[in-house]
Design a protein around this ligand. Sequence first.
Ligand SMILES: *Cc1c(COP(=O)(O)O)cnc(C)c1O
Length: 355
Amino acid sequence: MKNWEKNIRKVIPYVPGEQPDAPGMVKLNTNENPYPPAPGVRKAIQEFQVDKLKLYPDPTAGILVKALADYYQLKEDQVFVGVGSDDVLAMAFMTFFNSDKPILFPDITYSFYDVWAELLHIPYERPVLNEDFRIRKEDYYRENGGIVIANPNAPTSLYEDVGFIRDILEHNQDSIVIVDEAYIDFGGTSSLDLIKEFDNLLVVQTFSKSRSMAGLRIGYAMGSSVLIKALNDVKYSYNSYTMNQTSIYFGVEAVKDEAYFKECLGRIIDTREWTKKELGKLGFSFLDSKTNFIFAAHKDIPAEEIFLALKAKNIFVRYFNKPRISNYLRITIGTGEEMEKLVKALKVIVFDASK
Ligand SMILES: *Cc1c(COP(=O)(O)O)cnc(C)c1O
């Protein structure tokens, strides 16, 4: 090893789901929304004046912050925006987790949390989910340097109610609690109301899943003005122009069309419930999803085998070769038609395996 190599930061990166581009593929592996962004977004993109790109974007992303503040009935100083919620969460880890005490998040959760903790040298501990994959709130009744809860949790798909989050906050008034609500629009109730009572609560959401805009990279955090100011101070110490002009403009349009938003969510939820019934008939069991994906295991066939067999049929789902969850598949809810293709393919796979 060369001497200079010793000074390179050693990290084991997060592995995102693959983004294949095969003709005719059914892509159910990264929890994207199968429906296009709101029609207003398309119109705004068509009308966008390319000349504007010669200027830097507004570093405050003011119109997007205002659109979100109005939507959630908050003040503008209670909203922070970033390049997807990954950027917002990474910034929040950097801003809020500077204690010598460990931060806490479940053993099975979004697998970026431990990557950021490692990258930023933040000590962490991971209380284990119970045998039903539920978070045990008592595990969070102890001294810590901060708490991160994905609600609904990923990849388990399980949702805990607002009372549960309130309980965690009541036991943790001395540390910052981040609730990652990437999937909240698919059937849960947001903990956002609790920011009125708890100025140590940060609620993080994204345009990537429920608003069909994964490609634009927009995430946001909501909390007390003290938390938001701290996030902005760190952001401006790092990169003033995180949000590009197009994300700012088109993000505003996405928030405007409530009817379209609700319609897409309704369709995805209906398709999810249909898919659950069909998977049940094929011998799968799964958790009670409040998300746009199903976390499912088959009674006889190992998950990895199904994952590979589906891939051979050009159907992509997510498989995690990790302790406790290596027999599960995470299947994103696509369109009705895509899920029919999935079920058809699974019927063949299950039949072939039974021979
Ligand atoms: C998808 C996801 C994110 C990140 O989404 P962005 O595309 O970066 O906004 C964050 N947390 C969880 C739990 C997710 O599933």
